[in-house]
Design a protein around this ligand. Structure first.
Ligand SMILES: [Zn+2]
Length: 294
């Protein structure tokens, strides 16, 4: 049984969400979903996988707010999430979903046109950001942007696997193809050090696209988890709640220096184009990236 408290606020005014769900994280294994679950059923199932199977913490209550368009979503970020107008426009413009401390703010007009796998992916990515905020609750600093985004992508693909939508290996292979076949050659990707800053991340995303940013960050986090396990990554994210110098966190958790990890990730990334047979060979056209590349 799904246990979703579904509130229907008074008829949607221009300023409010047209739907609002309180998400439940407890209650054991996620229920079997039918072929086209509602947003409420799906987000609840995603949250349960994240909480129960992946061990990610969440605030006691969080909500999903669904809006009809960009202007109302931005308005919700200001009125419900308490963001300033500038912050809200920065985060809400062009966004399909935005995570805040109290929940996820979603564009219902986009959701209505999305396939179930795309919706599950979006919910998992944004809910990861909610959990990351919970992990560092009380702290003043935050981890590098590439770690936050790479982790959100890693969780997303784990959730799709565990809900039976797409195997993790298949998702990972897709990302490798997106990265290798990207319009921006890997050599021109910014390094992870550059992608540590939120501003540089956004600039890189806008100028170079998602393979250079989300794709690269996911593969780095995938490598980190493969070597040291996901529990260490969660421990690292949680250390930002402490008053300690944030530069010490990495070394307390991972038995490799940050610099060395960043350098090794770069080598691994640049090795992908050589390791992918379909793009090898001088003069042969790069394999066309799968249509799922953003
Ligand atoms: Zn994100």
């Amino acid at each position: 049984m799904l246990l979703i408290a579904l509130a229907w606020p008074a008829c949607s005014s221009l300023a409010g969400p047209y739907r609002e769900y309180a998400i439940r994280f407890d209650g054991g294994a996620p229920p079997a979903l039918d072929q086209n679950p509602s947003d409420a059923e799906l987000i609840d199932a995603v949250a349960r996988v994240m909480s129960g199977r992946l061990g990610l913490p969440f605030p006691a209550t969080i909500k999903a707010y669904v809006y009809v368009n960009e202007a109302t979503l931005v308005d919700g970020l200001i009125k419900i999430a308490g963001e300033t107008s500038d912050e809200a426009w920065d985060r809400g413009r062009f966004a399909v979903g935005v995570a805040t401390r109290g929940g996820v703010f979603l564009r219902g007009d986009y959701l209505a046109r999305m396939h179930v796998v795309g919706r599950a992916a979006l919910f998992a990515h944004e809910l990861t950001h909610v959990s990351q905020r919970q992990l560092r609750e009380g702290g003043r600093r935050q981890p590098a942007q590439w770690i936050l985004e790479g982790h959100a992508e890693w969780v997303k693909f784990q959730v799709l696997d565990r809900l039976g939508y797409r195997s993790y290996t298949e998702s990972r292979d897709d990302i490798v193809r997106c990265v290798v076949g990207a319009a921006t050659p890997i050599k021109l990707f910014p390094d992870l050090q550059t992608l540590a800053s939120n501003t540089r991340w956004t600039q890189s995303m806008n100028q170079l696209g998602s393979a250079a940013t989300y794709g690269q960050a996911f593969l780095a986090v995938d490598g980190l988890v493969e070597r040291y396990g996901s529990a260490r990554l969660v421990e690292f994210l949680g250390r930002f709640a402490l008053a300690a110098d944030p530069r010490e966190h990495w070394g307390k958790v991972f038995p490799i220096s940050y610099r060395q990890f960043v350098d090794e990730s770069r080598v691994r990334l640049e090795g992908l184009s050589r390791a992918t047979p379909s793009s090898a060979g001088a003069g042969s056209p790069a394999a066309s990236p799968p249509s799922s590349c953003r």
